[in-house]
Design a protein around this ligand. Structure first.
Ligand code: PMP
Ligand code: GLU
Length: 398
């Protein structure tokens, strides 16, 4: 039998993508499934961005690009974020990759040695733990449940740090909780990290534009740690461009160089056409971003209200991204109409799929058992229908 490496055998498959694939299978079999599992905007990519991609083909942007991305795109990204956060990023500090996913994985592979500890507050996006393991690092999870609004405290951070700690991964707004760290909360974490100059800070800010608080603070703006913050962002969420696969890292030059070396050996850089489209996203009109944000906020209000009406769900109003992360342990130990026991959130997600035809993802995949993640990046009508189905299915548990 063909050997599969231990590296891959030990890796968990992406639970978000697996649940989405399962719901697609059911749909193909004729079942009307509402898919609240995968997190991706349901909007089409804005017109002017698509036009830029068509123009790029006609203009023969069809050759290999520089490994870290076209200089014009990296300059556009630097200008955009320098304006937004009053930074002084140089394009040389930016490496464009095949989605924020690859940007994250690149930085981890380029900076983590075997045995190095990486602090990951949980709940955390499903891929973080697996990426760290791929680099033979050790994920050190720090749980932050609903009572603390899914945000870690400075004391928790300090007690998780050991002499082996090499990195902390933060995600704000968070996938899966939607929580956002305030400037003051970030300052209190920065105050701790200031005592540990060897810890790299990987700040996943991919949802920063899907924010309902009206204010945002990037970790790159704290002078005490700015020289060891690597920001991850991209066009997937803000510009509804998940399929274009453009994300980037922005951080210390040494990390950018190491990531470029790595990327030069295994992708040569990402698509030329998608890069020109992303350039149009960062340099073109920004109203589309706000229009989509407003639609997500309306849906956030809708799903939060609908979820609050279901007595067994414990919810907190998400501040950003497009996920609701209710605590669902009130249903554990109950029985389905055909006599099966709901032991945990995995069972509950499976029951909601098979009985209610609504696809969600168990919180276990995000490192925090007892929760479900529901993506509300779908139409208001479908969301209303989904919550009616969820309420009905849950009421059948005895
Ligand atoms: N970080 C987080 C927290 C995400 O939710 C996602 C989307 N799954 C990504 C990174 C990766 O985004 P991209 O589509 O740009 O690879
Ligand atoms: N951000 C999405 C999610 O969390 C995309 C799927 C993935 O890449 O995991 O569902």
């Amino acid at each position: 039998m063909t050997q599969i490496s231990q590296r891959i055998q030990q890796m968990a498959a992406s639970a978000t993508l697996a649940m989405s694939a399962r719901s697609a299978e059911l749909r193909e079999a004729g079942v009307d499934v509402i898919n609240l599992s995968v997190g991706e905007p349901d909007f089409n990519t804005p017109h002017h961005i698509k036009e830029a991609a068509k123009q790029a083909i006609d203009d023969n942007y069809t050759f290999y690009t520089p490994v870290p991305g076209y200089m014009s795109l990296r300059r556009a990204i630097a200008d955009y974020f320098n304006r937004l956060d009053s930074l002084s990023l140089d394009p040389a500090q930016i490496v464009v990759s095949t989605g924020a996913k690859q940007a994250l994985c690149n930085v981890i592979l380029a900076t983590v040695n075997p045995g190095d500890e990486v602090i990951i507050p949980t709940p955390a996006w499903v891929s973080y733990m697996e990426m760290v393991k791929l680099a033979e690092g050790v994920p050190v999870t720090v749980p932050a449940a609903i009572e603390q609004d899914f945000k870690i405290t400075p004391d928790q951070l300090r007690s998780a740090i050991t002499p082996r700690t090499r990195m902390i991964m933060l995600c704000s707004p968070s996938n899966p909780s939607g929580s956002i760290y305030t400037r003051a909360e970030l300052q209190s974490l920065v105050d701790v990290l200031a005592d540990y100059p060897d810890i790299l800070i990987l700040s996943d800010e991919i949802y920063r534009h899907i924010n309902y608080t009206g204010t945002y603070t990037s970790l790159a703006t704290f002078p005490a740690v700015a020289d060891r913050v690597v920001v991850i962002n991209g066009v997937s969420k803000a510009y509804a461009m998940t399929g274009w696969r453009i994300g980037f890292m922005a951080g210390p030059l040494s990390v950018a160089k190491a990531v470029t070396k790595l990327q030069g050996q295994y992708t040569s850089g990402t698509s030329s056409i998608a890069q020109k489209a992303a350039e149009a996203a960062y340099t073109g009109p920004q109203e589309c971003v706000e229009e989509m944000r407003v639609a997500f906020e309306r849906r956030r209000n809708l799903v939060y209200h609908l979820a609050c009406e279901i007595p067994g769900l414990k919810v907190r109003e998400p501040q950003g991204a497009f996920y609701l992360f209710p605590e669902v342990s009130a249903y554990f130990g109950l029985h389905t109409p055909d006599g099966q026991t709901i032991a945990d959130a995995n069972d509950l997600a499976m029951y909601l799929l098979t009985d209610g035809h609504v696809a969600t993802v168990s919180g276990d995949a995000f490192g925090l058992p007892g929760y479900l993640r529901l993506s509300y990046a779908t139409s208001d009508d479908r969301l209303t229908e989904a919550f009616a189905r969820i309420a009905a299915a849950l009421s059948r548990l005895k």
